[in-house]
Design a protein around this ligand. Structure first.
Ligand code: ATP
Length: 320
């Protein structure tokens, strides 16, 4: 794959992550002394846009920042990645989104997100910047901007025949009716897959059961990420080689690469960015999954969210 051969549009969030390290997570009412503080670019939309850009795609993002110092810093960071930021607006009334993250010595974390200007990304923005979607090979959405905005983007992208990826995160229950018919690839992690399907997911077998439920709800391809266990892909029932929706052997488990994991933050975002970039470049589905996994495996060997996302030149898709 030549670098920057496919176009990826991301419609989503940009946050400033305020990361505090502490020996353990505080109890309710407790005040703890922390050991470090970092302020780093984040937000699922921004992370996935950065991943797709580093992993070979031409990326444009639709999002909204505040007119504050956090907004200016995040915009600069995205521009430095070579991302087309011409459709990232600056909101006069809402501050830039922030995520307050506490990480303990066992790498457990708690996260509180203030949507801020992400919550002001409205459907009018999707209409005004529909050219971004029209020009893309692959369109990627998450759920950190308003539902109506995501739905408008999914519908527009589907109507234009773009390949549509939805990372349903964060999510607490099933998606409203009428969403999944616009989605080509639904990519939840174990927790999200369980919330959407009602099936507890902790293995490739349970992922297959959850994916079947999600397909009955209208999803085409379901790709469930399973952390260190890899990815489970359930293709559409009508895909070549399948015996139909009742064939309960359908689907493929792609084990994760064995690596020494240091920090799994943004592994999911890296997988989705890499997968989207590979699909946009016209690579076959199987290769795109493996490429996303290779990138995600590398990201878990490094600390941090965006700093851990690898570049195209670092990926060796065929390594074991
Ligand atoms: P996050 O919220 O931290 O971004 P996530 O929960 O959305 O992550 P995961 O399912 O944890 O996503 O991981 C995404 C992909 O990253 C996995 O499918 C796998 O390919 C890769 N991955 C994650 N953890 C590991 C690991 N320990 N070793 C190798 N690969 C991993």
């Amino acid at each position: 794959m030549e670098a920057r051969t496919g176009r990826v549009a991301v419609i989503g969030s940009l946050n400033m992550d305020l990361v505090v390290r502490a020996p353990r997570l505080p109890q309710p009412g407790e005040t703890l002394a922390g050991t470090a503080f970092d302020q780093v670019p984040g937000g699922k939309g921004a992370n996935q846009a950065v991943a797709a850009a580093r992993l070979g795609a031409q990326v444009g993002m639709l999002g909204r920042l505040g007119q504050d110092a956090n907004g200016t810093q995040l915009l600069q960071a995205m521009q430095d990645e070579g991302i087309d930021c011409s459709r990232i607006g600056r909101d006069a009334t809402h501050p830039t989104g922030v995520a307050l993250i506490v990480v303990d010595d066992a790498s457990q974390n708690t996260i509180v997100i203030i949507a801020g200007s992400n919550g002001a990304l409205d459907t009018a923005a999707v209409e005004a910047h529909a050219d971004l979607i029209a020009q893309a090979d692959v369109v990627v959405c998450q759920l950190e901007v308003p539902e109506a905005t995501v739905l408008a983007a999914l519908r527009r992208a589907h109507a234009l025949g773009r390949t549509v990826i939805l990372n349903p995160a964060p999510v607490t229950g099933p998606l409203p009716q009428g969403w999944l018919e616009n989605v080509d690839f639904l990519v939840p992690n174990e927790v999200e897959a369980a919330a959407l399907s009602g099936v507890a997911v902790d293995s490739p077998d349970s992922a297959r059961r959850a994916a079947r439920v999600l397909q009955q709800q209208g999803a085409r391809h379901v790709l469930i990420t399973l952390g260190g266990q890899g990815v489970f892909l359930l293709p559409p029932a009508d895909a070549a080689g399948n015996k139909g929706i009742d064939d309960d052997t359908r689907g493929t488990h792609y084990p994760a690469r064995r690596v020494a994991a240091v920090d799994t933050t943004a592994a999911g975002d890296t997988f989705i960015g890499g997968f989207a970039a590979a699909l946009a470049a016209g690579r076959p589905l199987d290769e795109a999954v493996r490429f996303g996994q290779a990138a995600a495996a590398l990201s878990v060997t490094r600390a941090g969210a965006q700093p851990s996302i690898p570049y195209f030149s670092e990926i060796q898709p065929d390594a074991p």
